[in-house]
Design a protein around this ligand. Structure first.
Ligand SMILES: *Cc1c(COP(=O)(O)O)cnc(C)c1O
Length: 416
């Protein structure tokens, strides 16, 4: 095994040193990429490394106070084997559709440890969630009223928490999901009236859910959001039908995707949650505190691997044409919510010791210029047959891509 390359200048990608290298090849799940490609029946593929997921959860736990429960948000990667693995490591699962609910229930986790959020839940989804006994994070008065009807029909009260659209925004978040005008949650100022309705309808009120945003790499912004979320929950708790038993403070922990980004510092977040846990023990003594993370748990443990099919030079620019593309990995192509396209970390996975030799663009087989996985990146010299690796691909990859677009086969997927 060789040591990872030293960190480069600030405009470089964060070092992708989570995977070992053996004989010049990246090792994922204990196997070199060429062997893994054989094992999976060829390229392209997604592979998620169990040991790295375990390590990530352990690192997080080391920073979290014992009172703070850790949930996995399935949306980030709903692969059943991976969700099953995580169900054994975390304290709960968060789902956002009946499909995700089924995956969560199949893991065998206690239904009481599953929560269901998301705007526009259908009547059937609400019905199935109440029958399963999961916690519903309600996002509107409509949901509350439908849940009252369902509760009356099935003979037990729905378990509900109110998802609050806070009166502040998460700073420096990749994706804002709370504050201002949003389709998510109930505006903080409208929550007291909804709490009164929940009381009157006899639903089983458990607490609050706040989710300020996603993909945040600034610890101080996350600390501020958690602090403000906690303060808001304390204010709202005064008007609740009964003492708060569950307070979900969201998450939004980011991972470094682009040049110049660095890994999140967990220490200040852990310290902040420690303070919140202590105050919560006094002011909300029955409450379980929860944070819900998606990409932070799985994103760095996953790679997407495709094979170079053709090497072309067009007017001096090298193009590595691969068997993978945006239809498998929309996020890496820059078309999943990015304003300005930036490169994910990319390497030639079977030439890890070769050093950066040339500027090359990695493209796929689709007839659209959007099918770009790496734009003029410094890479090892690659020829047809070589393996291109896209790092940071364990979240919002396979399930967040338009796999039918242009009719190529879907990639393989494995937890290794
Ligand atoms: C998307 C989402 C998450 C997960 O976000 P990550 O950035 O993957 O951690 C968590 N909670 C809610 C409510 C979400 O919508």
């Amino acid at each position: 095994m060789s040591t990872p390359a030293p960190a480069k200048q600030a405009t470089a990608h964060a070092p992708m040193d989570q995977f070992p290298i053996c004989n010049g090849e990246l090792v994922v799940g204990g196997m070199t990429l060429t062997r893994l490609a054989r094992r999976l029946g060829g390229t392209p593929f997604y592979a998620y490394d169990r040991a790295l997921i375990n390590r990530r959860v352990a690192e997080l736990r080391a920073h979290l106070p014992a009172r703070v429960k850790l949930h996995y948000a399935i949306k980030a990667n709903p692969m059943p084997a991976l969700v099953c693995h995580l169900a054994g490591l975390v304290d709960g699962l968060d789902v956002a559709s009946a499909g995700e609910l089924a995956i969560a229930l199949d893991t065998g986790i206690d239904a009481r440890q599953i929560s269901f959020a998301g705007p526009g839940k259908s009547l059937s989804e609400l019905d199935r969630a109440v029958a399963a006994g999961v916690l519903l994070n309600v996002e509107s008065a409509r949901e509350v009223r439908l849940l009252a009807d369902i509760s009356a029909a099935c003979g037990w009260p729905a378990r509900v928490a109110v998802r609050v659209n806070p009166d502040f925004e998460l700073k420096s978040s990749g994706m804002k999901m709370g504050g201002g005008a949003k389709q998510f949650g109930v505006d903080a100022e409208a929550v007291p009236a909804l709490l009164a309705e929940i009381r009157q309808l006899g639903l089983d009120f458990e607490g609050f859910h706040l989710f300020a945003g996603s993909q945040n790499l600034k610890a101080e912004a996350i600390v501020e959001a958690q602090t403000k979320s906690f303060e808001l929950a304390l204010r709202l708790a005064d008007q609740a039908p009964r003492p708060v038993r569950c307070l979900n403070l969201g998450g939004g922990f980011g991972i470094p995707y682009f040049p110049g980004e660095a890994r999140l510092d967990l220490a200040p977040i852990g310290a902040c949650l420690q303070g919140i846990a202590e105050e919560s023990a006094r002011r909300l003594p029955e409450a379980e505190l929860v944070i819900e993370l998606g990409r932070y748990l799985v994103g760095e443990a996953g790679v997407y691997v495709c094979r170079v099919i053709d090497r072309k030079v067009s007017r001096g620019q090298v193009f590595l044409v691969t068997d993978g593309g945006l239809h498998h990995h929309l996020s890496a192509s820059g078309n999943f919510g990015q304003v300005i396209r930036k490169n994910y970390p990319v390497a030639i996975g079977n030439r890890m010791d070769a050093g950066d030799a040339e500027s090359a663009s990695v493209v796929g087989p689709l007839c659209t210029p959007l099918d770009l996985l790496g734009d003029r990146m410094m890479l090892a010299h690659a020829e047809p047959g070589d393996l291109v690796v896209i790092f940071q691909s364990g979240a919002y990859g396979y399930s967040a891509s338009p796999r039918d677009f242009l009719g190529h086969p879907a990639p393989h997927q494995a937890l290794v």
